[in-house]
Ligand binder design. Structure first.
Ligand SMILES: [Zn+2]
Ligand SMILES: [Zn+2]
Length: 390
């Protein structure tokens, strides 16, 4: 099959990192990602299915990997070589369309009894992602045994498959996975009735805006967005006030009637949903959240240098938000993916898919995705529907 393969190669990984420091996305030209002809992954067991990807998104975490910027932390929870791609709508052998829920928890790994987290429906907190009958890998798209979406075939377990309603387009369906990440962050944020800032308005930020509007109803929703299309979409998806990234502190000060204290504020917003995850964004979060407030880290970070003194003195909660599972804050508790299907359809999130590319233009695709905001785009995806299998 045709697949983009990510090999373990320290020199190429280092080269990608250097190239990416010149321009985001350049890691795809010199790094460990190549377009190859390889064998299709084998079905690991009877409850498994072959899935032919139709559309597969490019996620911020994929871009970090391609650009050599992923944390060494991931070494133990991925396996090489792997085919990236965890935002996938595909087709089973019988023609049914499915969205993949990529987390590879205990059920998928054949671990019985499952770990405590999986037993409670919280596969996002699985303690066994490096164990069981599959090679290590947190998700489809990081595991050598399952394959990933940037190819013409992957394998997925029964429990990972979500049927796509006939009325839902592939473009909408490919947004379900990132939307589920946003749903999970929003449902754990305690945003209901609060003043909330969404920092960053790429795919995750815009999905978070839509999820807050639909499921959390904050008292006031501020959004910081750098680029014109992002601003328009944020306003359309339910933001009360959209500001540029250099206007955040002023907007928060006015909205919350805070006073200026040095570089920071006396008060601030109740909740920040950080959809960037960079050193700069974390510093900004800490400057604009009120004492006792919460920062939900939805964007994937890496090693950062941040002064945590305000976190300590203002007793701020910093919580990570990874993937999706079961939302206990919904009544009754509901799978994040189920809520994400609802959100994508209700908020027409198919409009966030800005461009699609065939596999052999992967360098252009990654360049587009890495510079999406600047180029007035949001989600960039691979279109595998016309791809030859060999
Ligand atoms: Zn992702
Ligand atoms: Zn588990």
């Amino acid at each position: 099959m045709r697949a983009l393969i990510f090999e373990r190669s320290t020199p190429r990984y280092a080269a990608a990192r250097i190239a990416a420091s010149i321009a985001p996305g350049l890691g795809s030209r010199v790094g460990p990602l190549t377009l190859s002809d390889v064998d299709e992954p084998e079905l690991p067991g009877p409850a498994w299915h072959r899935v032919r990807p139709r559309l597969a998104g490019i996620c911020g975490s994929d871009l970090s990997t391609v650009d050599g910027k992923s944390s060494a932390y991931f070494e133990a929870v991925v396996s090489f070589p792997f085919v990236p791609g965890h935002e996938v709508v595909g087709e089973l052998d019988d023609g049914r369309r499915v969205v993949i829920e990529p987390v590879l928890g205990c059920t998928v790994r054949g671990i019985d009894p499952p770990c405590r987290a999986c037993a409670e429906g919280h596969i996002d907190r699985c303690e066994r992602v490096a164990f069981g009958h599959l090679a290590p890998g947190m998700q489809t798209g990081y595991c050598t045994d399952t394959g990933g979406g940037w190819s013409t075939a992957l394998v997925a377990h029964d429990s990972q498959l979500h049927p796509v309603p006939d009325a839902m387009s592939d473009e909408a369906a490919v947004m379900v996975e990132p939307a589920a990440c946003a749903v999970h962050a929003v449902m754990s944020s305690g945003a209901h009735g609060r003043t909330v800032l969404v920092l960053g308005a790429g795919t995750l930020g815009l999905c978070a805006v839509a999820a807050l509007h639909r499921f959390a109803t904050p008292a006031t929703m501020l959004v910081s967005a750098k680029h014109p299309l992002q601003r328009r979409l944020a306003a359309d998806l339910g933001a009360d006030l959209v500001v540029g990234s250099d206007e955040v502190r002023r907007a928060v000060r006015r909205t919350t009637s805070s006073l200026r204290v040095g570089n920071g504020l006396s008060g601030g917003v109740d909740v920040v949903v950080d959809c960037v995850g960079s050193q700069a964004s974390l510093a900004e979060d800490l400057a604009v959240v009120r004492p006792g407030g919460t920062i939900v880290l939805l964007g994937m970070p890496a090693t950062v240098l941040v002064d945590l003194t305000p976190l300590w003195q203002r007793q701020i909660t910093l919580r990570g938000s990874y993937a999706y599972g079961t939302e206990e804050a919904a009544s009754p508790p509901t799978r994040s993916f189920q809520m994400a299907f609802d959100l994508v359809a209700g908020a027409s999130l198919d409009r966030l898919v800005s461009a699609t590319y065939p596999l052999d233009r992967y360098r252009d695709a990654i360049d587009h995705a890495a510079n999406a905001g600047r180029r007035d785009a949001v989600k960039v995806a691979f279109d595998l529907r016309k791809e030859k299998r060999r």
